[in-house]
Design a binder for this molecule. Structure first.
Ligand SMILES: [Fe+2]
Length: 230
């Protein structure tokens, strides 16, 4: 019942993209702990669009905290399961959602970005964007607006609706994971928590959202799109 994702550094380095970040389904024994995935680029590689200081804190402190707290919460959950303590299991759900979502979301986010990113997608993904949004520019406007409009902390997403076969733009609060709360398969996420931009962009979230398009890794998003369609 309780499933655990594993994103080992070796897996991330070997494949460049963590498999679990693609399918969110690399389920392993609940005895294994979650680990912080390595980045495939340096903290300063996304400059000037995202500063090295932000990347270092965001990855090594914020994401690491979600991972640690997820592991702690899962240990408590296992104890509650073993005792048959339903009240304790229910009480742990918000922490599982928050820390599990934080780990899943950030694991996707790092691979959505690249120092060689930016520009526009090609091929089938571009065709789907034109079909579902009219043009790439319209998608960018819609997703930027949704991301900027998130009240407080959250994420803007481009997701794939498997039932209709369509692309969708969505926004999530806090660390709510896209697939777990909406059913959409995540392709591209924009983290609009202040920890993602405040040190560089202060309170001007729209400038951060505008800049992030310069480092979007369309190769990664295309892989996710192809995988989601299967
Ligand atoms: Fe974040």
């Amino acid at each position: 019942m309780l499933t655990v994702q594993r994103c080992t550094g070796m897996l991330c380095r070997f494949n460049h993209i963590p498999r679990c970040a693609i399918s969110l389904s690399c389920v392993v024994s609940s005895k294994q702990k979650h680990t912080l995935p390595d980045l495939t680029y340096d903290y300063g590689a996304l400059e000037p669009h995202i500063s090295a200081e932000i990347m270092q804190l965001h990855h090594s402190k914020h994401h690491a905290t979600y991972v640690n707290n997820l592991n702690v919460t899962e240990e408590k959950y296992k104890e509650a399961l073993a005792k048959g303590d339903v009240t304790a299991q229910v009480a742990l759900q918000p922490a599982l959602k928050f820390n599990g979502g934080g780990h899943v979301n950030h694991t996707i986010f790092w691979t959505n970005l690249s120092p060689n990113g930016g520009g526009e997608p090609q091929g089938e993904l571009m065709e789907a964007i034109k079909r579902d949004f009219g043009s790439f520019e319209k998608l960018r406007e819609k997703m930027s607006m949704a991301s900027v409009a998130v009240q407080g902390s959250g994420w803007g997403w481009l997701g794939y609706d498997k039932e209709s076969g369509r692309l969708r733009v969505a926004a999530c609060s806090n660390q709510d994971p896209l697939q777990g709360t909406t059913g959409l398969i995540p392709l591209l996420g924009i983290d609009v928590w202040e920890h993602a931009y405040y040190l560089q962009y202060k309170n001007v979230r729209p400038d951060y959202v505008k800049a992030i398009w310069n480092v979007v890794n369309w190769e990664n998003i295309t892989e996710r799109f192809q995988s989601a369609k299967k």
